[in-house]
Write a protein that binds this ligand. Structure first.
Ligand code: SF4
Length: 244
């Protein structure tokens, strides 16, 4: 690309550059282009390495029967999204649609969450990874029991180990309890802020901060809370931008 053209297109008006200077600028531009390509390739290769590692790990637990939730599930539902984004959303458990499709947050509640995140420019395949505390659908969509969450924690723990998230977001009370080890949590009191994992957390290092917001299925039942949820999403977006 002509160096004068580059300067002109970014607002310098008509630019005349002598041949020596032009060559040096051209080299600099090529260096920057090469570096950007390198960064992109590194990012892509890290992402695909991580995806491969996650896939290999998931392969080892796709027939898991460690707890009673295996009895009525269709399949184990693992995480989805960009594992290299360093942003991890964690929900409660797969629902009926997720159980059939084998992907988390694809039902009505999941679509609401995806849509609210897309409203502020956050895309699943680029900006975050999403998973659940337990990977099999509890019968009738009941809340997972404490022991089921503890038994299943080996999967989320490995996901955390591989992804190394810098921002962990709990969607709803069950996820907040499962991640933090704190038993008494009032989502209406802590939502929009952080709680810390305690010594009993089976997943996170004690002291790890967890941002808490509503589970989207709660919003389907309580649409009046959408305004507060949107405020949380804006906070999450700001936090994500500060990681870049
Ligand atoms: S919920 Fe977790 S521990 Fe229980 S069977 Fe499914 S994958 Fe295994």
């Amino acid at each position: 690309m002509n160096s004068a053209y580059i300067y002109e297109t970014i607002g310098f008006g008509k630019v005349y550059i002598d041949k020596k200077l032009s060559k040096s600028i051209k080299n600099n531009v090529e260096n920057v282009e090469n570096k950007s390509q390198e960064t992109l390739e590194n990012h892509t290769s890290t992402t695909s390495e991580l995806l491969q590692k996650l896939k290999a790990f998931y392969e080892t637990c796709k027939d898991c029967k460690k707890c009673q939730l295996s009895e009525q599930r269709t399949q184990v539902v693992f995480g989805d999204g960009n594992p290299d984004s360093k942003v991890l959303f964690v929900g409660e458990a797969p629902g009926a649609d997720e159980d059939v499709e084998g992907k988390p947050f694809v039902g009505k509640a999941g679509k609401l969450l995806t849509q609210e995140l897309e409203r502020v420019g956050l895309l699943r395949q680029r900006d975050y990874y999403i998973t659940n505390v337990v990977k099999c659908r509890p019968p009738g969509n009941r809340t997972p029991e404490e022991q089921e969450m503890i038994t299943c924690s080996y999967i989320l723990k490995e996901e955390v180990k591989l992804i190394k998230p810098q921002l962990v977001i709990a969607l709803g009370k069950t996820a907040a309890v499962g991640l933090s080890g704190v038993k008494q949590i009032s989502p209406t009191k802590v939502r929009g802020g952080f709680i810390s994992a305690n010594l009993k957390s089976p997943i996170l290092v004690p002291g790890t901060k967890i941002f808490v917001t509503y589970h989207p299925s709660y919003l389907l039942r309580n649409p009046n809370e959408l305004k507060n949820f949107r405020e949380d999403i804006m906070k999450i977006k700001t936090l994500i931008e500060s990681l870049r």
